[in-house]
Design a protein. Structure first.
Length: 287
């Protein structure tokens, strides 16, 4: 009986079949293996005339699944934030817009494991998600996910229509689960790795977010990095301190609707793991 684990002799056709099978979605009704295509150094033809690439961005390649989905890998020599800003400017000039609906079923608040995440729709109806992430000692990794669905063509609110999606439109999430006073918080540059985290929103207006990462920054510098972003989101720092394995600060926020929150930001180095830090932010409504 043949051993099923013995690798076959060098065979380009066998490897090509394996790669196509692994890349094809395993779900019924989606692109079959024979419909998967790899484009080395090229963009999908569907977006070559509508996707502006900033100067200095290089196309590593693309993966197409059928006629409805593509992923693009890009490299850039500038920091992730600058790359995103250039993309945002170019996409806006080319007629792309931030979507109102459907909102992705992810929390766009709290600590982010990637530097930037944004969603757009082109006038033609192409959906795009953009992720940029800095890499220690290497170029900024830029990933584009594209969906070619005509149903995305016009997602602007009509006259008298609410500007927010309904809960049923975002995976049955309740409305309060989409609201958080915590803004998206981008990581510092040169993060070596991410080791978990997440965000949570409570029905009473309470919210919290945490992330574990490895970085060259000490507790004070990492707390300052996130503190600047809170201040840009109109949070007011009340007190701060640091010493030993922990840096902390307290915050307050009041919005135009008269709601107020108080929050605490903690940064701590995990024992026995140099450079590995846990960052925690909790906010609660004020009476």
């Amino acid at each position: 009986m043949d051993d099923p684990c013995v690798p076959p002799a060098d065979n380009d056709a066998a490897y090509r079949t394996l790669v196509n099978r692994l890349l094809a979605p395993p779900y019924p009704g989606l692109a079959a293996a024979q419909e998967v295509r790899l484009l080395v150094g090229r963009l999908p033809q569907e977006v070559q005339d509508e996707l502006p690439l900033p100067e200095g961005v290089r196309v590593v390649g693309s993966l197409l699944r059928g006629t409805w989905e593509a992923e693009v890998v890009l490299d850039a020599d500038r920091p992730a934030g600058q790359v995103f800003a250039s993309f945002r400017k170019g996409l806006k000039a080319a007629g792309w817009r931030r979507p109102r609906f459907p909102r992705p079923v992810i929390f766009n608040h709290g600590f982010q494991a990637t530097d930037i995440l944004a969603y757009y729709r082109s006038r033609r109806g192409t959906a795009l998600s953009l992720i940029t992430r800095g890499q220690p000692g290497g170029p900024t990794d830029v990933r584009l996910s594209l969906s070619f669905h005509r149903q995305w063509k016009d997602l602007r609110p009509q006259a008298g229509e609410a500007a927010r999606p309904s809960a049923g439109a975002v995976g049955q999430l309740p409305e309060w689960a989409l609201d958080s006073p915590i803004p998206p918080l981008a990581p510092p540059p040169r993060v070596q790795d991410y080791l978990g985290g997440g965000s949570r929103v409570g029905g009473n207006g309470q919210a919290e977010s945490t992330i574990v990462l490895t970085t060259e920054l000490d507790n004070h510098a990492l707390a300052a990095h996130y503190g600047v972003q809170l201040q840009r989101a109109d949070w007011n720092r009340l007190q701060e301190g640091w010493g030993g394995p922990v840096a902390w600060s307290t915050w307050s926020l009041s919005n135009q609707q008269g709601r107020s929150w108080g929050g605490v930001l903690l940064v701590a180095e995990l024992p026995g793991t140099p450079g590995r830090r846990v960052v925690y932010l909790r906010v609660d409504p004020m009476p």
